[in-house]
Design a protein around this ligand. Structure first.
Ligand SMILES: [Cu+2]
Length: 130
């Protein structure tokens, strides 16, 4: 009976290792506004091969990404999100991808832009932009 319990315990250990091997959860910040953004971001993350689930909290802007680290990594997921038009701390969306977002989804990225090209010119003439 004792050996049976031991082998049972060993079996469960094996199952646990098999289930959790290669599975990682990472939390990263993704910029966006509304529920449409949330859906778009999660869809982009889940489209990456190896991603099991993605859940973004609208309030904290943090996305939980569960993925198989033998197949993908956070970098790849963040690049996919950036391609969908949303900035992450590590990967910025291109202006083109950003401009394709519906206007309600064009989150405030003034700060990140300043960081990106080092432009500190606040006297920019906005009338020329329209
Ligand atoms: Cu949106």
């Amino acid at each position: 009976m004792k050996t049976k319990n031991l082998s049972l315990a060993a079996f469960f250990m094996f199952v646990l290792v098999a289930v959790f091997a290669g599975n990682k959860v990472e939390k990263v910040k993704v910029y966006g506004n509304c529920d449409m953004c949330k859906t778009r971001i999660e869809k982009a993350a889940k489209a990456v091969d190896g991603v099991a689930s993605a859940n973004r909290d609208k309030k904290t802007k943090m996305i939980d990404i569960a993925f198989d680290d033998s197949k993908t990594d956070v970098d790849k997921v963040e690049i996919a999100i950036a391609k969908a038009g949303h900035d992450t701390e590590m990967h910025k969306a291109t202006d083109e991808a950003y401009s394709k977002l519906p206007s309600c989804c064009q989150y405030d990225r003034a700060k990140t832009e300043t960081k990106m090209d080092g432009k500190m010119d606040m006297k920019m003439d906005h009338s020329k932009m329209h």
